[in-house]
Design a binder for this molecule. Sequence first.
Ligand code: 4AD
Ligand code: MG
Length: 463
Amino acid sequence: MKRTKVSTLLSTPALIGTEVEAKGWVRTRRGNKHVQFVQLNDGSTINNIQVVFDMNLFSEDQLKPLTTGSSLRVKGLLVESQGKGQTCEIQAKEFEVYGSADPLAYPLQKKGHTLEFLRDIAHLRPRTNTFGAVLRIRSALAFAIHKFFQEKGFYYLNTPLITASDAEGAGAMFQVTTLDVENPPRDEEGRVDYSADFFGKHTSLTVSGQLEGELGATALGEIYTFGPTFRAENSNTPRHLAEFWMIEPEMAFYDITDNMDLAEEFVKYCIKYALDNCADDIRFLEQMYDKGLTERLNFVVNNDFIRLSYGEGVKILEESGKKFEFPVHWGTDLQSEHERYLVEEHFKKPVILTDYPKEIKAFYMKQNEDGKTVRAMDVLFPHIGEIIGGSEREENYDKLMARIEELHIPMKDMWWYLDTRRFGTVPHSGFGLGFERLVLFVTGMTNIRDVIPFPRTPGKAEF
Ligand code: 4AD
Ligand code: MG
């Protein structure tokens, strides 16, 4: 007999009255000597199916292994449920235990663990309701991202994870080497000789796929990347990971306004997709953690984002009369407290800030006429702060070179990038969405470590 998933059993009235087989893990068992109830979950939905054991047919001994966390296959009649809270249940006729879970040893024996505790058992936390919900939403969002871009005719471009250029300056990098780190080969001056390394040069894990994305966009027109990204900063915040996933669309012939339009349409699409397809999981997280979740998600989907320049934003912050931990004036990089003030207190809407001072942004951003600012755009979200960073790119070879020289960026690493400006250069734009920050927003969780299955943060790479 073929196993039916719990999600199907619970949502297919036509199955009622038929014999079915389910497989999954026991969440709880309770009952008395006449009847026992097992809540069975198989990960296909946050909802459990109730399995009813008539104790005239089974012995106490037979049911003994069915403790929280054990796994089983059960066959029986699917019937409409008398009890509250479930549509149907299985009247067990026959079952088989796949694996027991010693109640004295199983860490999830009891409910109600803190998220901090669950982080220390990240290998088991997907079995909790919370992480089941988060991981299903994460998966749905990943699908929505591909769907959005594929339906628009963007091509999925895979950019390298190992890179020899560290020019983007988006963050500290993890070195990749096969040299013996305790005794590396050295040149005459005593410096490590990377020509003897695996790639014949110094290499690292990528901080962004953008530069290669631009190579794709200036050939295919519109591309997007979606892959892991690595940053070795020692930032222990609820919004930073050392290994995170980023989506980076890059589009030929887009100016900054086209770029903002796309970014806004894109995040709204993803959030709407989750609302439409993950209702049970969102409802669960709302009840457990964040009473305003659905309302906030709908609000973002249904309202235009505010668009204003960095300069106007700074003015609002200066005039707010609010005491910030980090003082703010024209030229300072905005901290999350400033971003959240604009979004949560001043506008009460997502905000797209543009035209940042060139000193605090990357070398490749298109320079404005004023000589002071660049055509950058950051999308700022309630509870999150920066969710997207992007820009129109400087397509003029001479201007780009001037900036590269000003910043002393090592040119030998950049010749291939400059070829996009030497051969058939075009206006183009792009942005990067931090995938976990989107998942954070949609799930209402408050720590980024709780929206990726196996978080990598300073000092933590256990599971
Ligand atoms: O603003 P960032 O650094 O932009 C870039 O990397 C550009 N190359 C993007 C582009 O234009 N193609 O990063 C983009 C986004 C941020 O807005 C944030 O959401 C996320 O990536 N992000 C992180 N997420 C988790 N942990 C970190 N350490 C992150 N750093 C950035
Ligand atoms: Mg940024």
